[in-house]
Write a protein that binds this ligand. Structure first.
Ligand SMILES: Cc1cc2nc3c(=O)[nH]c(=O)nc-3n(C[C@H](O)[C@H](O)[C@H](O)COP(=O)(O)OP(=O)(O)OC[C@H]3O[C@@H](n4cnc5c(N)ncnc54)[C@H](O)[C@@H]3O)c2cc1C
Ligand code: FES
Length: 284
């Protein structure tokens, strides 16, 4: 983990309300892996002062300059404008100075490749799945990505996933792109076809709860990336703790999302507590 005082290379709207920011970050890709995140400082002296967490979409490097300077390594984040911080971020331009802490947290664990890998991403939850897809494809896995959104605006980077060799399926609640309905319907169908699959998911809590229920019913291994609110991102404030499986008043189990996660094997989490804290009912 390193604190980068660096510059924006580009910051473009890729779908209404969704931006992709490329940031100069020498050495970042050497330690980053899929599912990790960065803490982005929006501005130094004016509110909001707290850094904001964002998943790593990808890392890469620009070709070496003609004048012999080395290639420029970068990290890319994709963010949705939802509040004050992201509104300010959307107004930043090439060359603007920014501060970035990362890579942080524990990412996906995808050691071997026996069987299908199904990735489920809802809206901005697609972000950490791009690097994961690349890593799985490199290991020779068959990777299917189920992309879900409320409308077509929530679906992005389809061609980029496909260029990696991923088979993509799109569904939107309003049917404005792909199949009409929720992405978990597609997951149910895919698991009937590929009963030995392993599932990796990131998205809003109601989607994660539904994915978890389906995986439990099918005895399918599942890893989820949680997007709990975070203040420090480094384990200091305990603002991001979630209850672990088996938590009771007598034997409490708390997991710090920014240090232990944000990616967890589903069986280690208390799903009822998660669902209740996000106001989406209990998980079966
Ligand atoms: C590990 C991690 C990875 C994330 N990755 C991404 C990503 O790749 N792209 C992206 O766009 N967002 C991501 N988020 C969410 C992102 O951090 C928030 O959207 C952002 O901090 C909002 O800042 P803001 O100042 O614009 O909004 P605020 O003004 O702080 O809040 C605006 C609204 O957004 C809600 N909100 C704030 N944080 C979250 C959150 N974590 N989850 C759900 N709702 C929230 C608030 O409750 C409020 O209603 C991630 C969060 C975590 C913890
Ligand atoms: S965000 Fe501060 S401990 Fe996790």
């Amino acid at each position: 983990m390193k604190n980068y005082r660096t510059k924006i290379i580009s910051n473009q709207e890729i779908s209404p309300g969704y931006y992709r920011m490329r940031i100069l970050a020498p050495g970042f890709s050497e330690t980053a892996h899929s599912g990790q995140f960065v803490m982005f400082r929006v501005q130094r002296s004016l509110p909001p002062l707290l850094r904001r967490p964002f998943g790593i979409f990808r890392t890469g490097s620009l070709p070496a300059d003609c004048d012999g300077l080395p290639p420029k390594e970068f990290v890319e984040i994709v963010y949705k404008v939802v509040g004050r911080g992201t509104t300010i971020m959307a107004e930043l331009h090439e060359g603007d100075k920014v501060e970035l802490l990362g890579p942080l947290g524990n990412g996906f664990d995808a050691p071997s490749c026996d069987g299908e890998r199904i990735l489920v991403g809802g809206g901005i939850g697609l972000v950490p799945l791009y690097m994961l897809a690349g890593e799985l494809i490199e290991k020779g896995c068959n990777v299917r990505l189920l992309m879900g959104g409320r409308t077509r605006d929530d679906i992005f980077a389809v061609t980029e996933f496909e260029r990696l060799g991923v088979e993509t399926y799109v569904s939107t609640d309003d049917g404005s792109l792909g199949e009409e309905g929720v992405v978990t319907k597609v997951l149910e169908r895919k698991l009937q076809k590929f009963p030995k699959a392993e599932v990796f998911a990131c998205g809003p809590m109601p989607m994660l709860c539904a994915v978890r229920d389906i995986c439990v019913a099918n005895k399918t291994p599942l890893q989820v990336s949680l997007e709990e609110s975070m203040a420090c991102g480094v384990g200091a404030c305990l603002g991001c703790v979630v209850k672990g499986a088996g938590h009771t008043e007598e034997r409490p189990s708390y997991l710090c999302t920014c240090k232990v996660g944000p990616v967890f094997k589903a069986q280690y989490l208390d799903w009822n507590a998660l669902a209740q804290s996000h106001g989406c009912g209990g998980c079966e």
